[in-house]
Design a protein around this ligand. Structure first.
Ligand SMILES: *[C@@H]1O[C@H](CO)[C@@H](O)[C@H](O)[C@H]1NC(C)=O
Ligand SMILES: *[C@@H]1O[C@H](CO)[C@@H](O)[C@H](O)[C@H]1NC(C)=O
Ligand SMILES: *[C@@H]1O[C@H](CO)[C@@H](O)[C@H](O)[C@H]1NC(C)=O
Ligand SMILES: *[C@@H]1O[C@H](CO)[C@@H](O)[C@H](O)[C@H]1NC(C)=O
Ligand SMILES: *[C@@H]1O[C@H](CO)[C@@H](O)[C@H](O)[C@H]1NC(C)=O
Ligand SMILES: *[C@@H]1O[C@H](CO)[C@@H](O)[C@H](O)[C@H]1NC(C)=O
Length: 279
């Protein structure tokens, strides 16, 4: 009986480990209007294939979990693309996600001139217009935990304060990953976990604007929620859903003080102190 239990437990751990190493990205949503289609076997299509391959290779050694690319000489055939991985995932998971996205986006969005696909782990998009360093708030979508909050008034207060905090902290990062996490005490037993992220090609103010709008789009009165746009995303849950030590390892925890003016000290290529205020 007990050895049987041990065996099934070991098997369970085996499968958990297996699942962790061979992780298939969790598909969330895709968006690709069928209003603009490209001609099969056109230059646009071959440029798109080259673009997706280039992004997929870039993901294999992108420390920032982000890259953009352009393929093609002349505007009608030029394709622009980028990917962004969630700030706490490692390069292998990021690279797997983009590689899956590369195949998936062509299947889900056949002959589409403009597409975006989201997974839990990454986002991949391409377009026939310039998208690098451009803040894009549409299309957007939200997801929510089905459970309701028992004290929504206090919950929303804690949530908004925490989201303001991570919006400011994610925005000020001027290089590398534009991501921030925070935990807050909702009740003595329940902790709120939050994450905000922008594509790192955005300016401080673009990222701030994108995340502020995302806060307004978050579901109200729910135990968890997410908001996604092509340029930024936010999530909150009453359980830890990210790898906090991976985020902590990015840069030393920013000294985030509520009063002094913007001051960023750069030393040896690493931002050591990030102090910023938006109020
Ligand atoms: C585009 O999508 C709409 C709605 O999904 C569908 O009704 C329409 O037939 C599609 N058009 C083409 C050209 O596929
Ligand atoms: C596109 O090219 C492939 C292989 O080169 C061919 O099989 C297919 O029929 C072509 N499609 C069109 C619409 O020309
Ligand atoms: C949450 O509240 C909504 C509306 O107030 C209700 O329709 C829904 O059934 C509730 N969900 C749960 C899990 O209690
Ligand atoms: C949350 O509560 C714990 C103990 O109840 C405390 O140690 C911790 O500092 C609190 N965290 C925040 C962010 O207030
Ligand atoms: C979390 O991140 C740390 C630092 O990058 C890494 O060593 C650890 O394996 C990660 N944990 C999980 C469960 O992925
Ligand atoms: C920064 O660079 C200097 C000289 O280039 C070196 O002595 C110092 O150890 C470096 N500091 C860190 C934190 O890497």
């Amino acid at each position: 009986m007990s050895s049987c239990f041990t065996i099934s437990l070991s098997l369970l751990f085996f499968f958990i480990n297996f699942a962790a190493t061979e992780a298939v990205p969790t598909f969330l949503r895709h968006y690709c209007p069928n209003a603009t289609l490209f001609t099969p076997n056109s230059t646009y299509q071959s440029n798109l294939n080259a673009l997706l391959s280039s992004l997929s290779s870039a993901a294999a050694d992108s420390a920032d979990g982000f890259a953009n690319a352009i393929v093609g000489q002349n505007p009608p055939d030029q394709v622009y693309g980028l990917f962004l991985c969630r700030g706490d995932i490692d390069i292998t998971t990021c690279s797997n996600c983009v590689a899956t996205g590369k195949q998936d986006i062509l299947q889900r969005c056949p002959n589409r001139q403009v597409s975006v696909i989201w997974y839990d782990e990454c986002m991949l998009r391409y377009s026939d217009v310039f998208i690098s360093s451009v803040m894009e708030q549409v299309p957007s979508f939200t997801m929510h935990h089905t459970g309701n909050i028992t004290d929504p008034t206090r919950f929303m207060q804690v949530l908004e304060e925490t989201m303001d905090d991570i919006t400011a902290r994610a925005s000020v990062r001027k290089s590398g990953k534009k991501v921030a996490i925070a935990e807050a005490n909702f009740t003595s037993l329940k902790k709120l976990h939050t994450l905000a992220q922008c594509t790192p090609d955005l300016t401080v103010s673009q990222c701030n604007t994108c995340l502020r709008a995302a806060i307004l789009g978050l579901p109200r009165g729910k135990k968890g929620g997410r908001m996604f746009t092509p340029s930024c995303s936010m999530r909150f849950e009453l359980y830890p859903f990210y790898n906090a030590s991976a985020i902590a390892a990015l840069v030393p925890p920013p000294s985030y003080l509520p009063s002094p003016p913007a001051l960023v000290t750069r030393r040896n290529g690493t931002y050591l102190f990030l102090l910023f205020v938006f109020r």
